[in-house]
Structures are given as C-alpha cells and as structure tokens.
Design a protein around this ligand. Structure first.
Ligand SMILES: [Zn+2]
Length: 177
C-alpha cells in the first residue's frame, strides 16, 4: 500500500523508505542515508516505523521458511521471536501471534532508529524529533499507533513504556481467550 494512501498525506508530504519487514539495521547505508537526508536536509520532526498485519517478511521469520537471502535479512526478527517466545507462545491463533510479532518488530526498529547517531545528534542539539511505531491493518484499513513514541527522553523511561504496552496486550489477549 502506498504510504500516502494509508495516511491520507499529500504527495511530497512523506519521505518514504521501505524494505522487507521494516527493518532498521544500524549498518544499512541505504536506510541511514534516507534517515540522514530526512532529518538533516528535510528537517522532518516525525519519523514513523510502520509495519503491517500479515507481513510476509515477519511471517517468514516466524515460520523459518524464507529464501536464504531473505532469511538473512530477517535474522533480527528471529531474535525478537526468541526474546518474546514466552508471550508469543501464549497466543494460540497463528494470525494473532503474527500480528503481535509485527508489533514487537516495529517496537524494536523504533529503538534501532532512536539509537542511530543521526537521531541521537538531533536530540543532543535540542531538535524536536519523534520516532513513532505504527501498524497498518490491511483488513481494517486502520493505522494503529503502538504508543511507543520516543522523543529523546531517557531510554529507561521509554523501555518502561514499551513493557507497559506489552503487559496491556497480554492482559487483553488473556481476556479475549
Ligand atoms: Zn510486509
């Protein structure tokens, strides 16, 4: 889906970088160049990591069934699966489990972007710059804000926020059975 369509932005309002499973590898020169251009030349104030439900790249990592190079690309997602194995295994429905992994993956990439020297120096210079985590629901057509926006406040506070969101989701999943 074109980013302008799902956000109802006007042409030129968004500067978009895409890759499989919305990965923000710290050593990805393509991503870093796009991020640097957006933050330093275009002076954007909002960076959005946007995943989507039913993501094939995230699904491949979950089921360990991807062509070798894709498999290498999504290695970080498999690490997220391992880190959150407990929570994920408590979600019996595979599509809901995938959606949760999509969310956890977005959160992880929000951290990666926030740790980037480009974002760190913008914050050190007192610039207004927010890094958001969103998930697009292909079926609903709705964008969900995961509530993990980082704005340069200490990482410990942000981590606490993510844990609180994760706890809410586990509670909701339990209630839903
Ligand atoms: Zn995808």
């Amino acid at each position: 889906m074109p980013a302008e369509v799902i956000t109802q932005a006007t042409p030129g309002e968004l500067f978009v970088h895409r890759n499989i499973a919305n990965q923000a590898h710290p050593t990805d020169t393509n991503l870093n160049a796009a991020l640097q251009y957006a933050v330093e030349a275009l002076a954007v104030e909002d960076v959005v990591v946007c995943g989507h439900e039913g993501c094939g790249g995230v699904r491949a990592a979950m089921h360990e069934e991807a062509p070798p190079l894709v498999d290498t690309w999504v290695a970080g997602v498999r690490t997220i699966v391992r880190l959150h194995a407990d929570e994920l295994s408590r979600i019996p429905d595979l599509e809901r489990r995938l959606t949760r992994l999509v969310e956890l993956n977005v959160m992880e990439q929000v951290f990666n972007i926030s740790r980037s020297p480009i974002v760190q120096s913008a914050w050190a210079a007192g610039r207004t710059l927010r890094v958001h985590g969103w998930v697009y629901g292909i079926g609903s057509g709705l964008l969900r804000d995961l509530g993990v926006t980082m704005d340069g406040a200490p990482l410990r506070a942000a981590l606490g926020k993510v844990k609180a969101v994760a706890r809410d989701d586990v509670a909701r999943a339990r209630r839903a059975g």
